[in-house]
Design a protein around this ligand. Structure first.
Ligand code: 6CM
Length: 247
C-alpha cells in the first residue's frame, strides 16, 4: 500500500456509511451543515460581535448573552495559518490521540462510542474553576469534507444512559463547537508546505449548565480561548513540519 499509517487515519473525503445508518445521523448532519455555514459567515461590521482578542492573524469576537442568568456568550474566532492543510487541522482536532497534547482545560477524556471513522461520542471532564463546581460534557464529534479544500469538525452535546448528567461531583455543561478550515494556494501551482494557507473559523457556544459567576466565566473565556487557538494551531504546524502534505 502507498498509504502510511497516518494517511489512512486522516478525515475521510466522504461520509462514512456506518454513520448514515446510526440513529444520530439526522441530527449530526443537520447541525454540522448549519454550523459549517454559520462559521464561514463574516462578523466584520455586524451588529453585536465585539472583538476581544487580536494577535497576528487571529481575531476573536463574542456576543454577550445570558440564559436564565447564565453566561452563554457565543464566540467566533478567525485565524490564518501557513504550511498546514484544512484536512490536517481537522485531523488533529478530531482525533482523540492528540487531545491531551493541546487541550489544557481537559482533566479526563473517555470515548463513549465509536459511531464511524468520522464520528465519535466523548465524555470529558474539565479542570475545576474556583469557585464553581467542576464541569463535564458528553458530546458527539463529527469530521467531514465540506467542499473542495474545506474540512470541518462539529462537536455537539448529546445524552447517554450510561453517562447521566449531574449525578456526581460534576455539573454537565452543554457545548456546540465548530472548527471549519479552508485551504488556498496560488492558481496553477501544486500545493506544498511553502505555498498553502489555511483560513480557520472556530465557533463555540457553551452553556455552563448550572450556577457559575458571570465575571469569573467571562474572564476564563477571555484568557483560555486565545490560549487554546494559538496553542492548537502551533501544535498542528509542529506535527506536520516533516510529514508529507495531506490535502
Ligand atoms: O473546542 C475545544 N475543545 C474540544 C475538544 O475538547 C471540544 C471541547 C468543548 C468543551 C468546551 C468547554 C470549555 C469550558 C472549559 C472550562 C470549564 C468551564 C467551567 C465553568 C465553571 C466556571 O469542543 C477547545 C475548547 C477551549 C476552551 C477554552
Amino acid at each position: 500500500s502507498v498509504h502510511t499509517r497516518d494517511q489512512v487515519e486522516l478525515p475521510p473525503p466522504a461520509i462514512d456509511n456506518r454513520l448514515t445508518v446510526h440513529p444520530l445521523w439526522p441530527e449530526i448532519d443537520r447541525i454540522s451543515t448549519e454550523q459549517i455555514q454559520a462559521a464561514f459567515e463574516g462578523v466584520g461590521g455586524e451588529i453585536g460581535w465585539q472583538l476581544f482578542a487580536e494577535e497576528g492573524d487571529m481575531r476573536m469576537y463574542r456576543r454577550e448573552m445570558e440564559v436564565d442568568g447564565m453566561v452563554t456568550d457565543p464566540l467566533k474566532a478567525m485565524h490564518k495559518v501557513r504550511g498546514v492543510t484544512a484536512r490536517e487541522m481537522c485531523h488533529y482536532f478530531f482525533n482523540p490521540r492528540y487531545r491531551y497534547e493541546w487541550e489544557t482545560t481537559l482533566e479526563t477524556m473517555t470515548i463513549v462510542e465509536e459511531i464511524a471513522s468520522d464520528s465519535l461520542v466523548f465524555h470529558q471532564t474539565f479542570k475545576r474553576i474556583w469557585p464553581a463546581s467542576q464541569r463535564d460534557a458528553l458530546f458527539w464529534s463529527h469530521v467531514r469534507q465540506a467542499s473542495e479544500n474545506t474540512y470541518a469538525v462539529t462537536n455537539h452535546s448529546t445524552t447517554n444512559a450510561d453517562y447521566p448528567a449531574n449525578n456526581g461531583a460534576c455539573i454537565r455543561l452543554f457545548v456546540t463547537v465548530c472548527l471549519a478550515c479552508h485551504t488556498t494556494y496560488p492558481a496553477g501551482e501544486t500545493p506544498t508546505r511553502d505555498n498553502i494557507t489555511t483560513s480557520i473559523a472556530y465557533c463555540s457556544t457553551v452553556n455552563p449548565g448550572g450556577w457559575a459567576p458571570a465575571g469569573v466565566l467571562r474572564a476564563v473565556y477571555k484568557r483560555e480561548y486565545p490560549k487554546f487557538l494559538k496553542r492548537f494551531t502551533s501544535y498542528v504546524v509542529e506535527q506536520c513540519r516533516d510529514k508529507p502534505i495531506a490535502i
